[in-house]
Design a protein around this ligand. Structure first.
Ligand SMILES: *[C@@H]1O[C@H](CO)[C@@H](O)[C@H](O)[C@H]1NC(C)=O
Length: 119
């Protein structure tokens, strides 16, 4: 009988623990925040309502266009004639303003034979 009570109470604890561990990320407050380097480039549109996320001001969503999410040139090999024999091409929020807050960046690294990545 003691064993049955132990089993039932153990199952009850496990069942309640299952409900305690359910969790999820909070919903993002906005879908995107196309970065502006300073609020003056927003044309003063935002005024006191400026949105500042991840160290960048957000562009007025009505002014966002496809070019804010575009970068070209990663298909081109870079010059690796330097002491380390490699060349790093980064694509992050500084190259694609629309990447701000999206948690995405990419890099192309060109290596010469025996080249190194010093980073
Ligand atoms: C990387 O390549 C670009 C263009 O090919 C060149 O302008 C730049 O100086 C190179 N960087 C290094 C560190 O060699």
């Amino acid at each position: 009988m003691k064993g049955v009570h132990f089993l039932i109470s153990t199952l009850a604890i496990l069942a309640s623990a299952t409900f305690l561990v359910t969790a999820s990320d909070p919903s993002p407050l906005q879908d995107f925040c196309v970065a502006l380097n300073d609020i003056k480039s927003a044309g003063g549109y935002f005024g006191a309502n400026a949105v500042f996320v991840n160290g960048k001001f957000c562009k007025d969503p009505k002014l966002v266009n496809a070019n804010d999410f575009f970068f070209s040139g990663l298909q081109n090999p870079r010059n690796t004639q330097n002491p380390v024999g490699s060349n790093v091409t980064t694509v992050n929020v500084d190259q694609i303003a629309g990447l701000n807050t999206l948690g995405i960046s990419l890099t192309r690294i060109d290596f010469a034979p025996n080249g190194l990545n010093p980073h």
